[in-house]
Structures are given as structure tokens and as C-alpha cells.
Design a protein around this ligand. Structure first.
Ligand SMILES: Cc1cc2nc3c(=O)[nH]c(=O)nc-3n(C[C@H](O)[C@H](O)[C@H](O)COP(=O)(O)OP(=O)(O)OC[C@H]3O[C@@H](n4cnc5c(N)ncnc54)[C@H](O)[C@@H]3O)c2cc1C
Length: 459
């Protein structure tokens, strides 16, 4: 329980209006992008600059109050849920784009800038920030860096860590440090910015970021390839890449997702197709044309029963809007959804799909698969209900087997969603204890009182 005097101190720092303690507010900040974990904080604060964050953290550190940083609250692994109560420190009022430097292809932003707002501002200069979590309408740069978020465009462009040149971070003790810089290359000492990328709010609060951005490619084409077999679609992914074409995006949707999309926004997709691959080639026009032809040729060669090239930007946008709706379609269809984030080397995608299907069959469950197949990152999902004990237990066991199958295939537990609360037990089982220990020692060094987002990553 946060003491009354501390609440008064917080009000002095950020102002009365930016400290919330009402029942409704605490409820609103008690969950993440799912409703799988719910825990209310004692208070929610909205700092407006790094100095205010520093003052808040100094008090929290002195009083040993847990602090959970929060941006848009769109994560799906429990990261922003204040598991031990205390303070939710929400950065959404730190939403200024401080600089767009077209000459150097960089920008400087506060942590609470929403990705879509950044891309709108960059587009005016002919630029974009490539990592594209599909939650871009709500996800903030702080959350994106803290989760090292990815998205469809990462096949060609890479994930967030490839775009962070510098960070301003407020340490749990209240010190403000600047890491990295504004240059593309930087090997001056330890690469500390990468400690904070994917740290899930457990090491400090990211207050500002210096990001690399790219010019918007002048030409784009969208291709859809339809299959009678999900694993065959998985094979096409690495066949396209090994044939020298690196599309901007390669996404996979299975029959269940195709049918939900057709219910929500009919696009004329064949409802009997077992899987669909959605490609986007981007770059200069001539190259895009040639790459598109190659994608069509390879998809057909490796078993696509139908391949279509979107005739214009409108048609292409419809497909990508449908893809974005895919995740919401899964989460909107059941009381509880177990949706994983496993990632395997790309050549192993067909094996992962086959093994996941076998596991689902063994437990008599319906499996839903969608994901960023171009990165080897799939979101196999089971629709269940935590209150239906028998079904939920089966779904949980089946998902555990899928996770171990991915690790067995040389993969990892999480490609982009993080460990949070969700994957803790797997993390300690599949990670070398010496490595876990090293991470815990780093945490203890930076956060001696363990106030930053306690209860996350480790059991
Ligand atoms: C519909 C939907 C689609 C999604 N699609 C994708 C996708 O394609 N790819 C992908 O990678 N993810 C995806 N996600 C997951 C999520 O949107 C991302 O993880 C995103 O980066 C979270 O940003 P956020 O601002 O909402 O962070 P939050 O959810 O608020 O926080 C996420 C984590 O970061 C920490 N954090 C937040 N801000 C800071 C800060 N300033 N300093 C330190 N730590 C901080 C929090 O403590 C928490 O642990 C999706 C989620 C949804 C709901």
C-alpha cells in the first residue's frame, strides 16, 4: 500500500491531475493487451519529463515501492501489469517528437510517442520507422524499445534493436543517463543501450530515444498465395528467401483466420484454403516488379494453388488491414486465448507447423496459426476458457509441448512479445542457469532495491 504522504509527494512532482487513485482508474491500469492477468496498482502517475521520472523513482527507491513503467499497455505477456501493486508510471504524456533529422536519417522522440504518430510525422519528410508492431495505433516508443518489438516488416528491415542509436534512461535510483548517441556506428565501450532493449521495464525507465529511420520505398506490391497445406506455405517462406528475394513482409494466416477475416470484412478469399501467405515487395519500381514475378513463380513451384498480385494500393491495403485484424479476431473469439510467440530458424517453419498440428490433434484441440512467417516467428493459438478446467488444462499442456518443440528445433520462447508473466516458467527451464544468474546480477547492480517491474521475467 502506498502511503498517503507519498501520494502527496507524487502530486507535488507531477501535479494533482496527473496522479490517479480512483477505483476506476486503478482498474483501467490493471491489465495489458489481454485480460489474462489482472492486478491493480495503488496509484498511476503521468510524468511529463525525465526530471519528474527521476524524482518519482528516487521516492520509490527510498520507500521500496514497486514501479511498473507503462506506455500504451498493448503488450500481451503481462509486462505492464503491476504484479506487486505500487506505482504505474505511464509515459503517455511524454509524447513529443523532438527532432526529425532528414539529412542523417534519424529522429529524437520522447518515450510516450505513439508509433502511428511518429510515422505520420516522418511520412511528411518521406521517411518511416520500419519496425511495425501491429498495435501501432497505441504502442509507444518506450514500450516498443522495452519489448524489442517486431512486426511484418522485420523480414527485410530487422527489429527495433537495429534502429536504436541512443537512449536516455532514468535508473531506478533516479540518475538520468544517456547511452549510445546519434551515429550509425558506435563501439565506444560496452554497448549498454542493448541492455535496456527488451528489458521489459525491469532495469529503468526509458525517457527518450534516438532512432534510425529509412526513406519510404517508392514502390510496393502485395502478393497473396493460397495453399491446401499450412506446412507447404511454411516451406515457401524459406524457398523465396533462399532464391535471393527478400520481400519486405511475409505473413502467414491459416484457414481459421481466413474465415474469421471473411466474416468481418469479406475480401473474396477462398474459405477452403488451408493457409495464405501475404507478401509485400518494396523498393525501386523495376526491382519490385522483378521480385514480385519471382515470388509468384516460387510460390507456384512450392505448391500454392492460387497466387494473386493486388492490382492497386487499395486492394493491397485491404489485405493488410485484414492481416492486422487477424490478431484481434483470435483474441475476440474466446474467453481465454493461449497465443504463443515462438520463433524458429526459418528453414524449420514447416517442422514447427507439423509438430504443432500433431500436438493439437493428440489433445483434440483446434489450433489457430498466424504470424510473421518471414522471421520464423509464429503465433500458434488455442481458444479456451480458464473457467472450463478440463479444456484449459488440455490447452495449457498442448501449448507447453509446442513451446518445447520450438526450442527443440533450435528456436526460442519469444520472438517479440517478451517473457513478462507469461513465459516465466519456460524461461527458467530452457535458459542456462549461469545466464539467468548473470542477468539477475545485472538487475541487482542497476536496481539494488528491486523496485523496477518486480515479478517479471523470473519466477
Ligand atoms: C493487436 C496487437 C497486435 C500486436 N502486434 C505486435 C507485433 O506485430 N509485433 C510485436 O512485437 N508486438 C505486437 N504486439 C505487442 C505490443 O503491442 C508490443 O509489445 C508493444 O511494443 C508494446 O508497446 P506499449 O507502449 O503498449 O508498451 P506496454 O504494453 O505499455 O509495455 C510493454 C513493456 O514495456 C515496459 N515499458 C513500457 N514503456 C516503458 C518505458 N518508457 N521504459 C521502460 N519500460 C517500459 C512495460 O513495463 C512492459 O514491460 C501486439 C499487441 C496487440 C494488442
Amino acid at each position: 500500500m502506498v502511503k498517503k504522504e507519498v501520494i502527496e509527494e507524487l502530486k507535488r512532482i507531477v501535479g494533482d491531475n496527473d496522479v490517479l487513485t480512483s477505483k476506476e482508474a486503478l482498474r483501467a491500469y490493471s491489465y495489458d493487451g489481454t485480460t489474462n492477468w489482472i492486478k491493480e496498482p495503488d496509484v498511476v502517475v503521468f510524468p511529463k519529463d525525465s526530471q519528474q521520472i527521476s524524482e518519482i523513482l528516487k521516492i520509490a527507491n527510498k520507500e521500496k515501492i514497486p514501479v511498473t513503467p507503462r506506455g500504451g499497455g498493448t503488450n500481451v505477456s503481462g509486462g505492464s501489469v503491476p504484479w506487486f501493486g505500487g506505482i504505474v508510471l505511464c509515459t503517455t504524456k511524454m509524447n513529443r517528437i523532438l527532432k526529425i533529422d532528414k539529412e542523417n536519417l534519424t529522429c529524437t522522440v520522447e518515450a510516450g510517442v505513439v508509433l502511428q504518430d511518429l510515422n505520420n510525422a516522418l511520412a511528411k519528410e518521406g521517411l518511416f520507422f520500419p519496425p511495425d508492431p501491429q498495435s501501432f495505433l497505441g504502442a509507444t516508443i518506450g514500450g516498443i524499445v522495452a519489448e524489442n518489438a517486431g512486426g511484418p516488416a522485420c523480414v527485410k528491415y530487422g527489429v527495433t534493436k537495429q534502429y536504436v542509436l541512443g537512449l536516455e534512461v532514468v535508473l531506478p535510483t533516479g540518475e538520468i543517463v544517456n547511452l549510445g548517441g546519434r551515429t550509425l556506428k558506435n563501439v565506444a565501450g560496452y554497448d549498454l543501450i542493448h541492455l535496456f532493449i527488451s528489458s521489459e521495464g525491469t532495469l529503468g525507465v526509458i525517457s527518450k530515444a534516438e532512432l534510425k529511420v529509412n526513406p519510404i520505398p517508392p514502390s510496393k506490391k502485395t502478393i497473396i498465395a493460397l495453399y491446401d497445406d499450412v506446412a507447404m506455405a511454411g516451406e515457401t517462406v524459406y524457398r523465396v528467401l533462399e532464391n535471393g528475394v527478400i520481400p519486405g513482409k511475409i505473413e502467414l494466416l491459416d484457414n481459421w483466420v481466413i474465415n474469421r477475416i471473411e466474416e468481418m470484412m469479406p475480401l473474396g478469399l477462398p474459405k477452403d484454403a488451408e493457409a495464405m501467405l501475404l507478401f509485400e515487395c518494396d523498393g525501386i519500381e523495376e526491382a519490385v516488379q522483378k521480385e514480385t514475378e519471382k515470388v509468384v513463380e516460387i510460390s507456384k513451384k512450392y505448391g500454392a494453388k492460387d497466387v494473386r498480385v493486388a492490382k492497386d494500393a487499395d486492394e493491397a491495403n485491404r489485405y493488410w488491414t485484414a492481416r492486422r485484424a487477424g490478431f484481434a479476431a483470435v483474441f475476440g473469439k474466446a474467453k481465454t486465448v493461449l497465443s504463443e510467440d515462438v520463433t524458429v530458424p526459418r528453414g524449420k517453419i514447416p517442422d514447427l507447423i507439423r509438430r504443432s498440428q500433431e500436438i493439437a490433434k493428440k489433445y483434440g484441440l483446434e489450433l489457430v496459426i498466424l504470424g510473421h512467417a518471414g522471421d520464423g516467428n509464429l503465433h500458434p493459438s488455442f481458444l479456451t476458457d480458464v473457467e472450463n478446467k478440463e479444456h484449459y488444462e488440455k490447452a495449457t499442456k498442448a501449448m507447453e509441448e509446442i513451446i518445447y518443440a520450438a526450442v527443440d528445433l533450435g528456436g526460442v520462447l519469444s520472438g517479440e512479445h517478451g517473457i513478462g508473466l507469461e513465459k516465466q516458467k519456460f524461461f527458467s527451464r530452457v535458459t542456462d542457469p549461469k545466464v539467468v544468474n548473470l542477468m539477475k546480477n545485472i538487475k541487482a547492480l542497476l536496481d539494488p532495491n528491486g523496485i523496477m517491474n518486480p515479478g517479471k521475467i523470473w519466477e
